[in-house]
Design a protein around this ligand. Sequence first.
Ligand SMILES: NC(=O)C1=CN([C@@H]2O[C@H](COP(=O)(O)OP(=O)(O)OC[C@H]3O[C@@H](n4cnc5c(N)ncnc54)[C@H](O)[C@@H]3O)[C@@H](O)[C@H]2O)C=CC1
Ligand SMILES: O=C(O)C1=N[C@H](C(=O)O)C[C@H](O)C1
Length: 239
Amino acid sequence: MRIALIGYGKMGKEIEKIALERSHSISFRINKENANEILQISPENTDVAIEFTSPESAFENLKNLLTQRVSVVCGTTGWLAKQKEIENLALQNQVAFLYASNFSLGVNLFFRLNELLAQMMNKYPNYKLLLEEIHHTEKKDAPSGTSITLAQGIMENYPAKTAWVNEFSEKDNLVSIVSKREPNVPGTHIIRYQNEIDCIEIRHEAYSRKGFALGAVLAAEFITGKKGIFSMKDVLQLG
Ligand SMILES: NC(=O)C1=CN([C@@H]2O[C@H](COP(=O)(O)OP(=O)(O)OC[C@H]3O[C@@H](n4cnc5c(N)ncnc54)[C@H](O)[C@@H]3O)[C@@H](O)[C@H]2O)C=CC1
Ligand SMILES: O=C(O)C1=N[C@H](C(=O)O)C[C@H](O)C1
């Protein structure tokens, strides 16, 4: 498979390692400095593009790639207000598009665990809920994309929770997401239900970026040759 890497930073480089190990080749390495080269990417030279850039650049990159009829796996967080527009563009151009806030198998298992726990805790409202995310100090967006997915999973299974906020709050209808930034943390997410008697906590801690990169390459392998909108649930078949 010929992969174009859009964003050759921490994630782009990690993805390249896994892609080469799995016998794929890299058709383009695009960064801020050579961003215009994205216009040269086409189905003639590339099977799939993997986009990990920044919240400010993702929408424009995705628009260009999909209009040029190139299927895309996107891991950039913080641009989702325009997700529907991008999905429609993929459908119009008859290519595949897959976005995930987190590509690691562990986090996708954790998403399911979070939903099951929310379903149970829905019956015990005297437990206060807190969602905490810790990431490296270079991260540009807050809260993390993963914590937004976790908050959505809670709201779908705990109807009294109707919105999330990115601050500490004890309001019963809110999912409170607290974001912390510390050096060299690849990504940690904690969900805690607590009252004066005890505490129930689930936690996912990434030890490196390898799981994110492997998941992104598996997603690229999965969508190659397909058309439509996909998610990591399709790739990992977690049920
Ligand atoms: N979904 C997931 O599993 C994961 C998502 N992420 C997300 O991926 C994104 C990138 O993360 P990192 O690689 O850690 O960031 P990074 O800052 O190390 O790398 C980003 C790269 O994008 C490039 N870039 C910026 N503007 C560009 C443009 N217009 N065109 C092409 N390249 C451009 C920069 O030159 C830089 O090399 C972030 O939004 C982060 O939240 C990160 C890890 C896992
Ligand atoms: O910026 C990161 O590094 C990460 N971003 C993703 C997010 O916002 O959830 C995924 C992972 O936690 C690492």
